[in-house]
Write a protein that binds this ligand. Structure first.
Ligand code: PCD
Ligand SMILES: [Cu+]
Length: 797
């Protein structure tokens, strides 16, 4: 049993590698999932419920001339058809985005991307609603679209956002970070400079469950109950109150089980608002659930960054500076989920894990006739793009210097004694110890042996590649003074009640989409109070039942809400001390804590367990002044900094020279997320993220033709990886606790998605080195790989 010292930042401090709260326990949520008892938005059925369907624009850019819904309204099962005009009358035709822009809920003036919402039909069943869409007649005047971000700022390019007063071009923002002059000076005198354009294509989170809502507006007392697929129920409620003018105390947002979010369910989509309007108009509950094509074509995409990278170094391989110019395609509305004041999110952590003398980045955002979004798909707000940039550039430099890429990284890491480390663009990394993670991954991979094998194979003309990526993430936004969503500061609440019999319920503001919060948050309480996890219920996903907080994305639940849960448990523990003292007829100062109980210093036999204390609190005992008769507490936790998890990944690929097919043979992932709660859940998070990363590197891309038709509107065209395409993951870990987090934990949910794509691409480029290939853009499909080899001769060996 570990003794928890009151003020120790990390209860696992004695042995930091020990997982906390009973470690590898089975997930509490799984029995209901494996028995088919999950309850998703589409499972919700309310009496008299109607069904909504959205008519979507067939083209990317067109003026709306007229809508005739009379035929649809004549359909016997159609109850209402809502158009942009109707919404204008309610002042709801446009909604604010999370990035200080507005987005059309339904088109009033102009269609701006293919798949945009044009009208909403409410009918007695889903089939009738869909059928009636075909009865709506819309007249359009087609306009030339802007599809290529590189042409968005050309003179004479069609102006997409002519709804914004004074707009004469498609420019959204220019933003920069770091010191340009200092960086340029270093580049000017550096021994070696390499440059490369890197395209991070438009990809999609594509969660298993698409987005949907059931809105139930009670016309008698003006109450709105909204079941939604949302990763941030409280933030949504406040936004609905602000935008729709429904008093906040009359709105209840319920987020039941969610079949994956991955950033796709952070924003507010037109469909949610339309379900609400549909319910207000008809006086009945209205369900709207999108299909797969609607999800892929119209909801938030991710990435879509064209990056010009440059890196400067000495000829001995000391990396000096990094600079980049980025063109960011934000689609038709600037709706990126951005909790920061920076329009490019956390992109300026592109200095990665290296100790640089200078760095500078510049990002230009543009509008195009494509779906809006730019969500952090398994990515803490553009950290994925940042990691890809630096990890590709370091590899390109290694090739130029003819140095081993592992050696080059080891030579340039920020050293353990440099933490907390302030990078050149204004981040303070809380902690890190990079070399042991790198060395562990090399040892697990058998790195030297792999290089030997590669050499032999090259001599035989076989294509084998080894790719490395070492990443540092910024996860866990707040603190609230630095991060907010439309003015709501990024802190999170937690409420803990210990029932008289010692069982507990903890209510949290974040929202699980599959991460296992019902298990891990119980484990945090268990660690702090010694109550077994099975005796602790975790309540989330209902704004009526939980304290305010900003929700789950950017791997912030453990860093922020996890901190809140640890702090609220400590508050209960402190209170328990006074009650125990009263019960034991002694002074609180004379008591000592060991996991699960307070006892008299020097007399361990005299003590009270948490459950005895809970009963005492609710009993008849006279309590000291100022101590309430319960064992409950609440806190709002505002983290002092972000957490900075990191990892070392090694990917081994074999390429078929005849077809260009890439086989990921091995993948070694060493992650450091600080103090670990549940190793099984962590491994699951890493496995999922690696699969995502391999998918992006090899096959995922939302593409468009010249007219702006989305070519990736189904899983036939938008490929996602399956068990067939991925190897047995080999995972390892090191533990570097966060010095400021109450239990020392850092986020893990997105690490693998962030860190793995550069490892895969680095491996592919490494395999193709004999052909003189130095870069390839994702997705590295067989066609692209094959093409890269054509017309290039392998040098004789
Ligand atoms: N150290 C540590 C950390 C962590 N953990 C665990 O693990 C998990 C995770 O966590 P985190 O990191 O904190 O995170 P979160 O916040 O919770 O979550 C979020 C994430 O998560 C991930 N993962 C996942 N999974 C699943 N199943 N599903 C999903 O959907 C998802 N998503 C994804 C994403 S994308 Mo964004 O949204 O894009 O921003 S963000 C994200 C949880 O349970 C926890 O508790 C542990 O144990 N330990
Ligand atoms: Cu991102």
């Amino acid at each position: 049993m570990t003794t928890v010292s009151e003020h120790a930042p990390n209860p696992a401090a004695g042995d930091p590698s020990r997982p906390i709260g009973f470690g590898r326990i089975q997930r509490k949520e799984d029995p209901r999932f494996v028995r088919g008892r999950g309850n998703y938005v589409d499972d919700i059925v309310l009496p008299g419920m109607l069904h909504g369907a959205i008519l979507r624009a067939p083209v990317a850019h067109a003026r709306l001339l007229s809508i005739d819904a009379s035929e649809a309204l004549a359909h016997p099962k159609v109850v209402a058809v809502i158009t942009g005009k109707d919404l204008e009358a309610l002042n709801l035709a446009w909604a604010p985005t999370l990035s200080a822009d507005v987005q059309a809920v339904l088109v009033t003036d102009k269609v701006r991307f293919q798949g945009q919402e044009v009208a909403f039909v409410v009918a007695e069943d889903r089939y009738a609603a869909r059928d009636a869409l075909e009865l709506i007649n819309v007249d359009y005047e087609f306009l030339p679209p802007v599809i290529d971000a590189r042409k968005a700022l050309d003179d004479g390019a069609p102006v997409i956002r002519d709804d914004l007063p004074g707009r004469t071009d498609n420019h959204i923002f220019d933003w920069e970070a770091g010191d340009a002059a200092e960086t340029d000076a270093i580049f000017a005198s550096a021994d070696v400079v390499v440059a490369q354009e890197l395209v991070y294509p438009r990809v999609h989170p594509a969660p298993m469950e698409t987005c949907g809502a059931v809105a139930d507006y009670d016309t008698v007392d003006g109450r709105l109950t909204l079941y939604e697929t949302t990763q941030a129920p409280h933030a949504h409620r406040t936004l609905y109150a602000m935008v729709a003018g429904i008093p906040e105390h009359k709105i209840r947002v319920v987020s039941p089980d969610i079949g994956g979010g991955f950033g796709n369910k952070v924003g507010i989509y037109p469909g949610y608002i339309l379900a609400v309007v549909g319910s207000i108009v008809t006086g009945k509950p209205v369900k709207w659930v999108e299909d797969r094509s609607e999800n892929l074509m119209s909801t938030s995409f991710a990435r879509d960054y064209i990056m010009q990278g440059e890196i400067a170094a000495t000829k001995e391989g000391r990396i000096l500076a990094l600079r980049t110019n980025v063109l960011a395609d934000h689609g038709a509305f600037n709706a990126t989920a951005q909790p920061t004041k920076n329009p490019a999110g956390f992109f300026h952590i592109f200095t990665g894990s290296y100790d640089l003398a200078a760095a500078h980045c510049k990002v230009t955002g543009v509008y195009t006739n494509k779906a809006p979004g730019g969500v952090a798909y398994a990515c803490s707000f553009r950290v994925t793009e940042a990691v890809y940039l630096v990890e590709r550039m370091v590899d390109i430099l290694a090739r130029k210097l003819e140095m081993d890429p592992a050696e080059l990284r080891l030579k340039n890491f920020i050293k353990p004694e440099q933490f907390p480390y302030a990078n050149k663009t204004g981040w303070v990394y809380d902690s890190g110890n990079y070399e042991p993670a790198m060395r562990l991954s090399m040892e697990m991979a058998g790195y030297d042996e792999l290089r030997r094998e590669q050499k032999e194979k090259r001599e035989r003309g076989e294509l084998m590649g080894i790719g490395i990526s070492f990443f540092t993430e910024t996860v866990g936004a707040g603190p609230r003074k630095h991060f907010d969503i439309v003015g709501l500061g990024m802190a999170d609440g937690a409420e803990l009640r210990i029932h008289p019999t010692g069982k507990a319920v903890v209510r949290i503001s974040v929202q699980s989409q599959g991460q296992g919060h019902e298990t891990t948050f119980a484990q945090i309480v268990a660690e702090e109070l010694g109550i077994p996890p099975e005796d602790i219920d975790v309540v989330h996903g209902d704004t009526d039942q939980t304290p305010f907080g900003l929700g789950t994305y950017g791997s912030r639940s453990t860093p922020v809400s996890g901190g809140a849960v640890a702090m609220v448990s400590r508050k209960v523990r402190d209170k328990a001390r006074f009650i125990a003292a009263a019960m034991l007829e002694t002074r609180a100062e004379d008591l000592e804590w060991e996991k699960g109980r307070w006892f008299v210093k020097g007399d361990p036999s005299a003590g009270k367990t948490i459950s005895e204390i809970a009963l005492g609190a609710h009993g008849t005992l006279t309590l000291p002044d100022g101590v309430d008769g319960n064992l409950d507490a609440e806190v709002t936790y505002d983290p002092p900094n972000l957490t900075f998890p990191f990892g070392a990944y090694i990917c081994v690929v074999d390429i078929d020279p005849g077809t260009g097919h890439v086989k990921v043979r091995r993948f070694i992932a060493v992650d450091d997320c600080g103090t670990r709660i549940n190793p099984m859940i962590i491994e699951g998070q890493v496995h999922g993220g690696l699969t995502d990363g391999v998918g992006m590197a090899l096959m995922e891309m939302i593409s468009f033709d010249e007219d702006g038709n989305c070519l990736s509107g189904s899983f036939m065209d938008y490929l996602i990886p399956t068990a067939m395409e991925v190897p047995d993951w080999e995972t390892g870990f090191t533990v570097t606790p966060s010095p400021h987090h109450p239990i020392g934990a850092k986020g893990i949910g997105e690490s693998a998605t962030v860190g793995s794509p550069p490892a895969v691409v680095n491996a592919i480029v490494d395999a193709l080195a004999p052909y003189g290939v130095t870069h390839m853009d994702m997705p590295c499909t067989p066609a692209r790989v094959w093409e890269a080899m054509q017309g290039r001769t392998r040098p004789p060996v």
